[in-house]
Design a protein around this ligand. Structure first.
Ligand SMILES: C[S@@+](CC[C@H](N)C(=O)[O-])C[C@H]1O[C@@H](n2cnc3c(N)ncnc32)[C@H](O)[C@@H]1O
Length: 270
């Protein structure tokens, strides 16, 4: 097991911060976009985007790794939806344990390793067809540096998927007012900053855009109690509108997330 007591370069969170978060999280279900519920709207949108980006390029059996996979509900999803061989790395004990518990609950096998993303197991360098991260790179002041570190895991021609909360516009304002301590743990991002950091890391962008018209997810499991439930009900109402084509198109002012797909130069395969 690696020593994770040091904070990696440019990080604005510490291992202790995440250990504490994961130690107090119950084992959730894996993401399943087939469930037809308003609260699943975000996952259905992401599933459509992933299908477009991956299905034609990476066949079942392709190797996928999630970097910063602590508590990940996504890994079982990639196994079930695309038949990928799944792995994950996270530097927290509690995060790794929770990811493993989520895999076990879903009856899915995968390899989860505890370690610092900047110090990969040597045989993981250049090994993966797909590298994904959800809510990782915005916790570092130098985004290009962490994106470059993630790209080391990719084989030439492999695909990188990066999702960040924007922490700008309406979403950033909501966090600044309601959860200022959490807000301070994020570097705000836009489509442009995400494109720039991936380009600086030597990757070729294939798609980069905002996701969702309004930041409804802020009120999902994160805000318990009556106000949280009321906000979640309002979100569900909005998602119903969005699913019927009456939503706000994703944009820099009100969207909660930005998503980037990129490839690493080199020969393609699978
Ligand atoms: C916002 S969480 C992401 C959670 C997960 N990917 C998901 O979508 O549910 C960020 C994760 O990155 C991990 N992390 C941060 N810095 C890291 C590093 N240098 N090496 C490995 N993991 C790291 C944290 O432990 C935490 O679990």
């Amino acid at each position: 097991m690696k020593n994770t007591s040091n904070t990696p370069p440019n990080a604005i969170t510490t291992p202790d911060y995440w250990e504490d978060a994961w130690a107090h999280t119950d084992v959730p279900d894996a993401i399943d976009p087939r469930k037809d519920a308003p609260g699943n709207h975000y996952y259905q949108i992401m599933h459509a985007l992933f299908t477009r980006a991956l299905a034609a390029h990476c066949a079942p059996g392709a190797r996928l790794i999630e970097i910063g996979c602590g508590g990940s509900r996504w890994l079982p999803y990639f196994y079930r939806a695309f038949g990928y061989e799944i792995s994950g790395i996270d530097y927290t004990v509690a995060g790794v344990r929770l990811s493993q518990a989520i895999l076990d609950k879903a009856g899915v096998s995968g390899r989860i390793v505890q370690g610092d993303l900047f110090d990969p197991p040597p045989d993981w360098i250049g090994r993966f067809d797909v590298v994904v991260s959800f809510g990782l790179v915005e916790h570092f002041e130098n985004t290009s540096q962490v994106v470059s570190a993630c790209a080391r895991y990719l084989r030439p021609g492999g695909r990188m998927i990066t999702l960040v909360p924007t922490m700008r516009g309406l979403y950033g304002l909501a966090y600044r007012l309601l959860r200022p301590a959490v807000y301070r743990k994020h570097i705000p991002h836009s489509r442009e900053t995400l494109v720039q950091s991936h380009t600086d890391a030597g990757l070729n962008i294939t798609h980069c855009d905002y996701v969702l018209g309004l930041p409804g997810m802020i009120s999902a499991p994160a805000s318990p109690g009556l106000p949280g439930r009321m906000a979640f009900a309002a979100s569900c109402l909005y998602w119903k509108l969005e699913r019927s084509g009456w939503g706000i198109p994703p944009n820099r002012w009100t969207s909660p997330y930005a998503l980037c797909f990129a490839t690493k130069s080199g020969e393609t395969q699978t």
